[in-house]
Ligand binder design. Structure first.
Ligand code: ACM
Length: 647
């Protein structure tokens, strides 16, 4: 469909769903059905909330009470039975089958508010939606005066498209504290994301206490501090202080698991093996085939792999032929299984470059003994043994899609990250199917998190505006992600559990930057996994997330304004002249520009068509406006940079 037809179709859908006053309601993720009614509900001075007395809702009620009283100064009473409650939260006595376990109905009338659901999770999600109907100041952590605390009357029916609506947070490359992880959970739960995948071990750090293997956190959790361009740093010297890092104790993990549960979020732990294991090898060098020869300790962001040739510079693999490795993994999985109630344990499996296996006599012998023909089959042998360990702890096994390459057990699940990146089918993908499609077709459960739509570590706008990462992913692209591949039959579709965005943190040095990288793209992930695909409408999504930006401003959560940065499209005319095209991601914005090194505003030339560069100009400066209001960042683009981009 061309853009104009999509646009008209979009308006049609949003009109029939939203009625006349749709612009007032800006819920993310978009509910299944919203019908706005005449009038408003206004919070009275004394608010009675009637709610069922179930432990799962204690936290929901505590947050609701705080939100409705702290900024408003109003008085809240909660009881299980109130004569005329202002807000009534009700669990259905007979199940409302349409709603499932997480759905809800929300009714706002001028007199009161009623949320009904089958399960406490549904009540929680109804409360999240309700919060977004009130003015943004409801997000304030201090009293705000002069606000009319009203919500539009509305009838909402809502339930999720997928059960797995996740974000992965890499706490290994850079460590994030328990309080920061809690803040991340708070933010994701508000947008009905329900799965936090914690990437707990990698070359740059081991982040979870394993009491039977104390060196993992005595040694593996610490490295020298480096700041700058991660991946280019020098190898740590033996005498350098290794004082940057940290880990979560068992008590910390229990606290985080409970904190997440109270917000209807599951935490899935990942220990990435057999590759990405330098931190474990720093602690226990005997776990690698090379026995720690050239062991450089925990990586501090130096090049440890050659990505162009897929070879390892330093050995960061556990050794599949070493029985001690399986004893080690048994101990790790015993403690992890006892700490995380979630049904799956993620075991990594990605990017295991086999360089050091190829020169190992022990691996050659293993291949002979087990009749393994390729090094992928060596990894397959490792994965099947690990799968047995994980299952023996009463857990299900999930790994990155590389685990498919060497053969996996029938009950293993796959997290699909490789697909056709920038139109090129990646290594390991079959024809035009990505790992997720291959897995679902083979009857494995899958979670979709493809690089091309869901990698939250990628740059969000032009590379001169963002900390440098090797690839870009704009918000509109993430928004266009449909986790359900068209290639799957109805039967195969049942294997798609859902999707998640992945925040790798090589270039994320602070929690503020983690927020910046996550939002707004995680709004798109929330919508892709919660809302009906057929209701998608980019312009309306932008309108609604801009309302969320205002809420984040009140809460002081950081987000990226990158969607307001135009894209630079360069070409050369037949006589060698550089032409610069500018394209806005958000519709309805104007771009003003200068070539004279001064900062443009809306009294400068407006971009209308591809630009020619004045003979002696060295810089193009651009800024986007909405009407009279500057909305984008000031971008200073060197002409030499644009020239270098012409193919
Ligand atoms: C991955 O991005 N290596 C899973």
């Amino acid at each position: 469909m061309n853009r104009a037809i999509v646009f008209i179709f979009g308006i049609f859908i949003s009109t029939i769903t939203w009625g006349q006053n749709k612009s007032e309601i800006a819920i993310v993720p978009q509910p299944v059905k919203v019908t706005q009614k005449a009038g408003y509900f206004t919070l009275p001075q004394n608010i009675t909330i009637q709610a069922p007395s179930v432990p799962e809702l204690e936290q929901t009620l505590a947050v609701l009470q705080k939100k409705l009283s702290l900024p408003t100064g109003k008085k809240i009473t909660v009881s299980t039975l109130a004569p005329a409650p202002v807000i009534k939260l009700e669990l259905n006595k007979t199940s409302d089958t349409m709603l499932g376990n997480e759905g809800y109905r929300l009714l706002v009338t001028p007199k009161n508010i009623i949320i009904t659901a089958n399960k406490p999770a549904g009540i929680f999600y109804g409360v999240q939606t309700l919060q977004q109907l009130f003015p943004k100041e409801i997000e304030s952590n201090e009293k705000v005066s002069g606000v009319s605390w009203k919500a539009p009357c509305v009838e909402i029916t809502d339930y999720p498209r997928f059960g797995w609506r996740g974000l992965m947070f890499d706490v290994a490359r850079h460590f994030f504290t328990k309080e920061e992880v809690k803040a991340y959970i708070d933010q994701m739960a508000k947008y009905k994301l329900n799965l936090l995948h914690l990437h707990l071990a990698d070359d740059e750090g081991w982040r979870i206490e394993i009491r039977s293997l104390p060196r993992l956190t005595e040694i593996g959790a610490w490295r020298p501090y480096r700041v700058g361009q991660f991946g280019t740093f020098p190898v740590p010297t033996p005498d350098e202080p290794k004082d940057y890092g940290g880990f979560y104790t068992h008590e910390d993990i229990r606290e985080l698991v409970q904190y997440a549960r109270d917000r209807f979020v599951n935490i899935m732990p990942e220990v990435d093996v057999p590759g990405h294991s330098l931190a474990a090898i720093a602690a226990y060098p005997e776990l690698s085939c090379s026995g720690g020869v050239g062991n450089i300790g925990v990586s501090a962001g130096e090049p440890i792999k050659d990505w162009s040739t897929h070879t390892a510079i330093y050995d960061d693999n556990l050794c599949p032929s070493n029985e001690k490795v399986y004893e080690f993994l048994d101990k790790v999985m015993t403690e992890i299984a006892s700490l995380f109630p979630f049904e799956y344990i993620h075991v990594g499996g990605d990017e295991t470059f086999k360089t050091f296996w190829k020169s190992s006599d022990a691996i050659t012998q293993l291949m002979k003994r087990e009749n393994l023909k390729t090094y992928e089959e060596v990894q397959g042998y490792f994965e099947r043994r690990l799968e047995k360990i994980v299952e023996a702890k009463g857990k299900k096994f999930i790994g990155w899609d590389e685990i498919l390459e060497g053969g996996i057990g029938p009950t293993a699940a796959v997290m699909s990250w490789r697909g056709s990146r920038d139109g090129v089918v990646s290594e390991g993908a079959t024809a035009n199917l990505n790992g997720g499609e291959v897995a679902a077709k083979a009857g494995h459960y899958v979670v979709m998190s493809p690089t091309e739509y869901a990698y939250l570590d990628y740059m969000q706008s032009d590379r001169i505006m963002e900390p440098h990462v090797y690839a870009s992913l704009r918000l509109s692209k993430t928004y266009s992600f449909n986790p359900m591949p068209a290639s799957l039959t109805k039967e195969e579709q049942k294997f798609v559990l859902g999707a998640q965005g992945n925040l790798w943190t090589e270039q994320v040095f602070t929690f503020r930057q983690a927020e910046y990288m996550t939002w707004p793209r995680a709004f798109a992930i929330a919508e892709n996994t919660w809302s009906p695909n057929e209701n998608k409408n980019w312009d309306d999504f932008v309108r609604r997330i801009e309302a969320q930006f205002e809420r984040f401003d009140v809460e002081e959560v950081k987000y990226a304004p990158s969607m307001y940065d135009p894209e630079f499209i360069v070409s050369k005319t037949s006589d060698g002249e550089l032409k610069i095209g500018l394209k806005n991601e958000v519709n309805g914005l104007d771009i003003y520009y200068s070539f004279d090194n001064s900062y443009p505003d809306r009294f400068y030339p407006k971009y209308e068509q591809p630009l020619s560069v004045p003979k002696f100009a060295t810089q193009l400066k651009v800024i986007t406006y909405r009407g009279k209001k500057p909305i984008g960042r000031m971008i200073s683009m060197p002409i030499s940079e644009l020239k270098s981009r012409v193919k």
